[in-house]
Design a protein around this ligand. Structure first.
Ligand code: ATP
Ligand code: MG
Length: 422
């Protein structure tokens, strides 16, 4: 066996206690916000049948082609994948448990997602999302509500420089017409296509428009526009979304290049972007996916949703100098001697009954060294117990910010501590 120290998998991060405090705070803010819009939590497995993502996200997408952690179950050979996103699983779960057809559902989930990408700032192989899905809603009102929701969260978090990019992808018929025109157009310029684009020409020409290759930008700019193919219904839907956003003073920019990296989107798509995170500037993205439920095996059901990247949002907040008070304990219990130790664990439990946060010193040591630990713990109060106190069923209470040490009975301890903390 080698003694080499083992490290976490590249692109998968440990979140250490200091940073985890920020995560906990963030998760609480987000949950409150979701509940204020009536969204309910759903929790799906991290592992799904590979076929689910192939069917939902699309075979010829970056995610399915090269970013999935897929493997065969060593015991039975099943094809499994660590979820790269949550929408497919959420729809699968809603279908499997018959949540879909009686009433529309507002659902949210959170947790790790896995994509085999090149790790860099804001781009990891295990990252975290909050995902929000509204299943069974056809109208533009829910599209607008989801965007308004996001705007409210940014306000809550104090993020003022995120901007909204908006586009519509139309419906199936217009997408097919556009697709045929795109293929025709790119076929006339075969010599200018890179390898990726050539490969996608017939399988997913829309994705060519999403190419980041500078050499193809001119060709892409002059390509046939989906906007010229849109049907009236889709246009009206998009107009109404925009009108609602205007009524609520949510600024946006229409970006006809915005097509999103997943195949299931139609009509409204959007991204919230910042210029402060370099190339990883999208903190939240989503849109309508009316075809997905059917694609996963259900009856046609309109739906719309979005997901935000927690690491990117937290990076923004940290850049803003967001600092949280360290979660501290209220009381540190110091004790020496056998009788004192017994009383110490008893009063520690008693104080916790009183909803106080208590660190009971473990591991022995002199009073002096224990007091140092009490100081470092940030506790407002040290409870000091020697055998002398223990004999009398009393403890000494020392306010750590200065003030007189006093001796009190065990019965009066909680009241004394609370008095000092306030
Ligand atoms: P990008 O264009 O940055 O690759 P995407 O379009 O692949 O993003 P989505 O699948 O829409 O991303 O996921 C929603 C959000 O999740 C993104 O806007 C981003 O904030 C976050 N996200 C996606 N991939 C990663 C990753 N590898 N690391 C960290 N966050 C990510
Ligand atoms: Mg991506």
């Amino acid at each position: 066996m080698s003694n080499e120290t083992l490290q976490a998998v590249r692109g998968m991060n440990d979140i250490l206690p200091d940073e985890a405090e920020l995560w906990l705070w963030f998760e609480e803010v987000v949950r409150d916000w979701l509940h204020s819009y009536g969204y309910r939590n759903i929790r799906m497995p991290l592992v799904e049948p590979t076929a689910l993502f192939k069917r939902a996200i699309g075979e010829v997408t970056d995610i399915v082609e090269k970013e999935m952690y897929s493997f065969a179950d060593a015991l039975n050979g099943d094809h499994l994948t660590l979820r790269p996103e949550g929408t497919a699983s959420c729809v699968r779960a809603a279908l499997q448990h018959n949540l879909l057809y009686n009433a529309p559902q507002r659902l949210y989930y959170s947790g790790p997602m896995f994509r085999h990408e090149r790790p860099q700032k804001g781009r990891y192989r295990q990252f975290h999302q909050f995902g929000v899905e509204a299943l069974g809603f056809a109208g533009p009102d829910i599209d607008a509500e989801q965007i308004l929701m996001c705007a409210r969260l940014w306000r809550k978090l104090g993020l003022c420089d995120v901007t909204l990019q908006l586009n519509t992808l139309g419906d199936t018929a217009s997408r097919h017409r556009h697709r045929a025109k795109l293929i025709g157009y790119f076929e006339q310029h075969l010599d200018m296509l890179d390898a990726d684009a050539t490969r996608r020409l017939h399988s997913n020409p829309l994705r060519i428009l999403d190419s980041k290759n500078p050499a193809m930008q001119e060709l892409i700019t002059a390509a046939p526009k989906l906007a010229d193919e849109l049907e009236d219904d889709a246009l009206r839907h998009f107009d109404e979304v925009q009108a609602m956003l205007r009524r609520h003073d949510v600024a946006f920019e229409i970006n006809p290049q915005l097509v999103r990296g997943l195949d299931y989107y139609n009509r409204t798509v959007f991204e919230w972007v910042t210029t402060r995170l370099g190339a990883q500037g999208t903190i939240c993205a989503g849109g309508r996916y009316d075809g997905l439920v059917e694609q996963v095996g259900g009856k046609p059901t309109p739906a719309t949703g979005f997901a935000m990247g927690v690491e990117r949002l937290l990076a923004l907040l940290q850049e803003d100098g967001m600092a949280l008070p360290k979660a501290e304990v209220d009381v540190y219990v110091v004790h020496q001697g056998e009788l004192a130790s017994r009383l110490a664990s008893q009063v520690a439990e008693q104080l916790r009954d009183d909803r106080l946060r208590v660190l009971l010193h473990c591991g022995g040591g002199s009073f002096k060294s224990q007091m140092k630990k009490a100081d470092a713990s940030g506790a407002a109060v040290a409870v000091v117990i020697g055998d002398d106190e223990a004999q009398a069923n009393e403890v000494s209470v020392k306010p750590m910010q200065g003030g007189e040490q006093q001796r009190v009975s065990v019965q009066n301890l909680a009241a004394t501590v609370n008095g000092i903390i306030k």
